[in-house]
Design a protein around this ligand. Structure first.
Ligand code: ADP
Ligand code: ZN
Ligand code: ZN
Length: 732
């Protein structure tokens, strides 16, 4: 306990900070949240210990206020450990937690608006985005700033909508605090089967015993992992602990919320990136006060100010969305486990295709494994086969009103299967993980290809947009009628979603189709509408990207066609095979979840590739074992440690000379080595040039201190930025 007049060190939530000294004006403890100013700007910071600067006393500023929130010693330890591991500054980690700026001020009184639209009004894209923003927030009134942030529209659009009467000023006051406090109860709606009960018993044992543990709940899609971890959730909640359930954003579906409510009598508090400022504030405060004890959310929910956190469940633990890559690089699964190890509570990881890192920890005996071996209720796993695409293209097709045949992407066997499925009154899903119409727009005469002027990637033609689009930076350009270099015709190469849609329309003119990608599904509400149409049988063929691969349960979907199963294999990333396997397995898991068994057809030019044979044989363990054996030889994660440095600059010459300087300063790494600089996979993004270094070493090499020392030995010019990525997932 510190007294008024004592000098304390306060950690400020900003990127460079490790703590500044302040004088207390009232007694406060370590961990207390305080209001201070830094360079005239107000901050909420946290007291991390006694002050230690040798500034003259009159130069030390006073704490403006001690707030009624605090962090535990374990929270502070976690912040510092996380900073050590990720190489972020402690202040940058704190910023992930104290990211609700007005949490300690009374709710702002702002003009709020509700959404109104007369039936029959034409819905433009922008209007739909605004409508969806309201739908995603239970149609609560929101401020103009919320509308802008959540719907991703500009201020002028909002002004326009106010003028046109679509945004109606609402006479509502901010809600009372903690509207989201629910009392959950075990409705006893579910009886676990033998496998499930055995897994639940182990988890119950861990929860009752307390202390740190990690268990992998390993079971195919549909085996009932959700029911088992719901059981654990209830157990911890009933004991008075707080529980965090993390999921990828696209798995936070209405279907899931309904299941939660059916089991616990009330919907969960949900945390994700599209909440209104008022709701964020309310949830943050509710969690801080210990009133909200169960949250279902995305990776950032780990950084809510948890009180007495007693269980973290991470569904789809292998999912790429747990890795944050801008504003600091961290892996939410790993940071949750770190938090649990420090505070001493259990973690449950759930997946049908666990990450190699997780499997290795199981093999080492650090994590337990609970297996659910079959789908619940005797539902069959789908029959999975490849279609060999070698030795001939897929059948060409002709678009109505146009007599030139176009090269098709759908093979005869796949088309036959689609026809049979539609004939039986069942639904089809076609999966292609590429947005737009054609990824390459090229002149066959001189070789010119459409390229983004700001990024070193080609531009994709999007037919609905009627434009070329850069998938890296979002820049658009008109589609040239003729080659800008030689005047000959341009051609489209490769196929994306929209081209498959065109081919389906030509080959199955009577079928009702729907497209699902981040271009068409601009919000969760839009996705929900589509899910309902699918459930109501208003869609025959759903064509989509990976958005489709998660969570949904469509009983009448019996055929999944993977248009280009090889697509993920072309990457040079050492995880390409693992990720392709996970993705195909997940897509395949959509088929036949009801009474009728499903089938999956994967078009491939490499039917003998280990990924393809393993998927067909359902040989996940064998596949992962051989993939991991190869990584062991190459000393790649999980058998080695990697730290990537991405160095970016707007001037190529400055970047190159700085990289040369950095390379010259590279230390000898004990047990490790430094590779680079090399041009990054995508050399230019948004006009920034990019170079990479890769530091590698054996598994427990602890490379961070050497890298930290290396970086502190050079002066970084103002127009250069360095991103440090510990255990990178992305090698772009
Ligand atoms: P997973 O999370 O492994 O994909 P789910 O928990 O979603 O599996 O279960 C798949 C389906 O089986 C769901 O419709 C779920 O409600 C049902 N189910 C699973 N276990 C049970 C159970 N013990 N009692 C009733 N229904 C169950
Ligand atoms: Zn040309
Ligand atoms: Zn671009």
């Amino acid at each position: 306990m510190f007294n008024a007049g004592d000098i304390v060190k306060v950690l400020i939530p900003n990127v460079v900070n490790a703590g500044y000294d302040y004088r207390l004006t009232a007694p406060a403890d370590i961990g207390a949240l305080v209001r201070v100013t830094v360079m005239m700007r107000p901050y909420v910071g946290v007291i991390i210990g006694p002050g230690d600067s040798n500034l003259p006393p009159q130069k030390i500023k006073s704490v403006s206020a001690v707030l009624d929130g605090r962090m535990s010693a374990n929270d502070l330890r976690w912040i510092h450990k996380m900073a050590d591991w990720t190489m972020m500054a402690p202040g940058a980690v704190l910023r992930l937690i104290l990211n609700v700026p007005d949490a300690f001020t009374p709710p702002r009184v702002e003009q709020l608006y509700t959404w109104a639209i007369a039936d029959g009004t034409r819905m433009t894209t922008q209007r739909q985005m605004v409508a969806d923003a309201f739908a995603a927030n239970d149609n609560e009134a929101m401020s103009a700033a919320d509308v802008q942030n959540i719907a991703h529209v500009g201020a002028s659009v909002v002004r326009g909508l106010i003028k046109s009467g679509n945004l109606v000023p609402a006479d509502v006051r901010p809600r009372a605090d903690n509207q989201f406090v629910y009392q959950y109860l075990d409705t006893g709606a579910v009886t676990l089967n033998t496998d499930q009960a055995a897994a639940a018993a182990v988890l119950a044992g861990c929860i009752d015993a307390g202390g740190f543990s990690v268990n992998l709940l390993d079971g195919v899609t549909g085996s009932g992992k959700t029911q088992v971890y719901f059981d654990a959730l209830w157990r911890a909640y009933a004991r008075g602990a707080s529980v965090l359930l993390m999921m990828p954003e696209i798995a936070l579906t209405a279907q899931f919320m309904d299941r939660f409510a059916a089991r616990f009598g009330a919907p969960p508090v949900v945390w994700h990136s599209n909440l209104t400022a008022a709701r964020r504030r309310e949830i943050w405060r509710g969690v801080m006060a210990g009133d909200i004890r169960v949250v279902v959310g995305t990776r950032s929910a780990l950084f809510l100010p948890w009180q007495n956190l007693g269980l973290v469940i991470i569904d789809e633990e292998h999912d790429g969305s747990y890795k944050q890559e801008d504003m600091g690089n961290y892996h939410a699964r790993d940071m949750a486990i770190l938090r649990a190890a420090i505070a001493g509570f259990p973690v449950v990881l759930a997946s049908a295709t666990p990450a190699a890192e997780t499997l290795e920890n199981v093999a080492l005996g650090k994590y337990g494994r609970l297996r659910l071996t079959s789908r619940f209720g005797g539902a069959q796993m789908p029959d999975i086969q490849t279609i060999d695409m070698r030795g001939g293209r897929a059948a060409d097709y002709v678009v109505a009103g146009d007599d030139a045949a176009r090269p098709g992407m759908l093979s005869a066997p796949l088309c036959d299967a689609i026809g049979e499925t539609l004939g039986a009154g069942q639904q089809v899903m076609l999966f292609i993980n590429r947005r737009g119409f054609a990824p390459i727009v090229q002149c066959r005469h001189c070789g010119w290809a459409a390229q983004c002027p700001d990024c070193s990637v080609g531009m994709t033609y999007h037919k609905r947009l009627g434009k070329l689009l850069c998938h890296m930076c979002g820049r658009t350009a008109p589609l040239p009628k003729t080659c800008p270099d030689c005047g000959n015709d341009v051609t489209m190469r490769g196929a994306g979603l929209e081209r498959i849609e065109e081919e389906v329309a030509a080959k199955f003119p009577g079928a009702r189709t729907a497209l699902v990608s981040s271009d068409t599904m601009l919000s969760r509400a839009a996705l929900e509408r589509l899910v309902h149409k699918m459930e109501d049988g208003e869609i025959d063929i759903i064509i989509g990207t990976q958005i489709l691969a998660k969570g949904h349960h469509f009983p009448n979907l019996t055929l999944v066609g993977v248009v280009d199963a090889d697509m993920g294999l072309y990457g040079t990333d050492f995880r390409a095979a693992e990720h392709t396997f996970q993705q195909l397995f997940q897509v395949a898991g959509r088929a036949g979840r009801g009474a009728t068994p499903g089938r999956v057809l994967m078009q491939t030019y490499q039917p003998e590739h280990p990924v393809m044979t393993a998927i067909c044989a359902g040989a996940r363990d064998e596949f992962m074992a051989s993939d991991m054996a190869a990584r062991r030889c190459a000393q790649m994660p999980p058998y080695g440690q990697l730290i990537a440095l991405i160095v970016e600059g707007q001037k190529e010459s400055t970047l190159q000379s700085f990289c040369a300087q950095l390379a010259a300063a590279a230390p000898a790494m004990r047990g490790g080595k430094i590779m680079g600089p090399i041009a990054a996979g995508v050399y230019q993004i948004r006009n920034w040039y990019r170079m990479r270094f890769l530091v590698s070493g054996p598994a427990r090499a602890n490379l961070q201190p050497a890298v930290r020392q290396w970086l502190s030995s050079v002066r970084v010019p103002a127009n250069i930025r360095i991103k440090v990525d510990v255990n990178p997932q992305n090698f772009m």
